[in-house]
Design a protein around this ligand. Structure first.
Ligand code: TMP
Length: 236
């Protein structure tokens, strides 16, 4: 597979064309942003950790019936994936109150919820990714009803699978963000990444944060947290 020209650069990843029009190569960066790009920095080793952790989890999900964009890991930082049109939604699943939900609803961080909550945000940097509901999504045509049914079903299935998987390494899955895309043959698949950038992971015993909140909140120990969650999951 030939790596051709760069076709996109996001905050944490670059995407390159390949000689197959249905496939692209994702290249993970160490760059970190928060507050929708207003806070910038670098987390040494993040690109490699996020790439390898995402691939490990995508393979596990695929085996358990969730279709994903994953094709093949090419190097520490690069992965071959199916080319998709991204559905312009951030799909957030929450098990325990934290972050923006705690702020919005005045519920202390760490409060368990009776059942998982799914939230949708419209992917738009200029508007700070505003929260929307199924009616907005259908009205704007961002996804059709059939796609939304599948997105909710996959999101809850990913949640159950990830909760169980992280429990094995004494990690509590607080919440996370998913993105979905449509492949060139029209299939809805899980895309983007599943990493400490996009999930909240707390040590199940000490409740220590093992994710990007350490960067967002200037808590220190950022690289160490990424290393810790990576070694628990990937064993290195
Ligand atoms: P929030 O509490 O800030 O809304 O975040 C919920 C989860 O979604 C958390 O695990 C972090 C993740 N997330 C992203 O990956 N990207 C984003 O742009 C936002 C706002 C949250």
């Amino acid at each position: 597979m030939k790596k051709l020209e760069q076709i996109y650069e996001g905050k944490a990843k670059k995407v390159f064309a390949t000689d197959d029009p249905s496939l692209v190569i994702v290249d993970y960066k160490d760059d970190a942003t928060a507050l929708n790009g207003k806070k910038k920095g670098t987390i040494a080793g993040k690109g490699s950790i996020n790439n390898r952790m995402t691939n490990h989890l995508m393979k596990m999900l695929e085996k358990n019936g969730v279709p994903t964009h994953f094709v093949e890991e090419i190097s520490d930082r690069e992965t071959l994936v199916k080319k998709v049109d991204i559905v312009p939604l951030e799909v957030i699943v929450r098990n325990v109150a934290a972050g923006s939900l705690s702020k919005r609803l005045g519920i202390p961080e760490g409060t368990p919820m009776r059942k998982p909550v799914i939230e949708y945000c419209f992917k738009c940097d200029e508007l700070d990714d505003p929260m929307v509901n199924e009616y907005h999504i259908a009205a704007m045509g961002w996804a059709n009803d059939d796609q939304m049914k599948k997105i909710a079903e996959y999101a809850l299935k990913v949640n159950s699978l990830l909760i169980a998987y992280f429990k094995n390494v004494n990690v509590e899955l607080i919440d996370f963000k998913l993105e979905f895309g449509i492949t060139t043959d029209g299939t809805l698949v899980l895309a983007d990444e599943i990493s400490p950038d996009t999930c909240r992971f707390w040590d199940a015993t000490t409740h220590e944060k093992l994710d990007k909140d350490r960067f967002r909140r200037d808590m220190g120990g950022v690289e160490e947290a990424y290393e810790e969650i990576s070694s628990r999951l990937l064993g290195n």
